[in-house]
Design a protein around this ligand. Structure first.
Ligand code: RIB
Length: 298
């Protein structure tokens, strides 16, 4: 079983701010750092650090070499990443003192992917291989449809949410991992009770395994009517950027490594807990040993 992440590679420009900048306001930041990021890159690193044989497919511009080097250092194969004349995608990230963030994306080379590239990449994979996608690249519908046609196990982290697109793709998605805001956007309504939101989501696609992440309240997994809860591990957050990506990679790795649903959720929650105690997206993703050690200590 191999894992392919077809997704974004971003340069993250991270600014430490006292609070998120308001409309019409000019706000001074206390510090600035540049990190490797992009939900695709982060999740590929998480899968690889969790022990899966992982490939990254996507597109970077002329200044994106250091992103590929970071992936390779984490053991990810970058042979399927295309080079583009368009600048590499980037994210402007505000990080507040309580560790929260808000993110402005520029798609850049991530938006230079074509259905033809999707075909070229996917022909290297077999039935049963994992295809993990997010929504920071274009040609998503073609990638998911072709992956499903090849018999791959399709996992979708639909971020940033495009409700119409995700509703269309859901029947082809085996595993959906989303947060509370994305669930509300997908359902088109506010939901006080996460379990109710999950039940409504499952009506959209009954055979899809659903995972709802709830930040400090942990996560829920719903699989054919059975709902499993996992609390978050209590840690002091410094930067939540990339925590969801750590969670996604470790959850999928755990499930594919044949852990029980509960153990895979716990593994993912531990990886996310470690990630929020560190700065940056990709650099915050723990290794398998760190995650197992954290669990053993806990
Ligand atoms: O999930 C975190 C990621 O979202 C960041 O690395 C940023 O690049 C955006 O894609």
């Amino acid at each position: 079983m191999r894992a392919l992440v077809f997704g974004s590679l971003n340069i993250d420009y991270v600014y430490q701010v006292p609070y998120f900048v308001q409309r019409g306001e000019t706000l001074a930041s206390a510090s600035f750092q540049r990190f490797c990021g992009g939900k695709g890159l982060n999740q590929a690193i998480a899968l690889s650090r969790a022990g899966l044989e992982t490939w990254m497919a996507g597109s970077v511009g002329p200044e994106g070499d250091f992103l590929l080097e970071e992936l390779r250092r984490a053991g990810v194969d970058t042979g399927l990443v295309f080079r583009s004349e368009t600048p590499t995608g980037h994210a402007i990230i505000q990080n507040s003192p309580d560790g929260d963030n808000c993110i402005l994306l520029y798609g850049g080379a991530n938006r230079a992917i074509t259905p033809m590239m999707a075909r070229e990449v996917l022909q290297n994979f077999d039935p049963g291989d994992l295809l993990l996608v997010q929504n920071e690249i274009i040609a998503l519908a073609e990638i998911v449809t072709q992956g499903k046609e090849r018999g791959m196990l399709v996992a979708l982290n639909p971020s940033p949410m495009d409700a119409a697109l995700v509703r269309k793709l859901l029947p082809s998605v085996d595993i959906l991992i989303l947060n509370r805001v994305e669930a509300e956007q997908l359902l088109g309504e506010k939901s006080e009770e996460p379990r109710q939101a999950l039940a409504k989501l499952s009506r959209l696609s009954p055979s899809t395994l659903l995972t709802l992440t709830l930040g400090g309240d942990g996560a829920l997994l719903l699989d054919r009517g059975e709902c499993i809860a996992q609390p978050a591990f209590p840690v002091q957050p410094v930067d939540t950027t990339g925590a969801g990506d750590s969670f996604t990679g470790y959850l999928l790795a755990g499930l594919l490594q044949r852990m029980s649903r509960q153990d895979a959720l716990r593994y993912a929650a531990a990886a996310a807990a470690l990630a929020v105690t560190r700065h940056g997206a990709a650099p915050s993703i723990p290794t398998r040993d760190e995650t197992l050690h954290f669990l053993a200590e806990g």
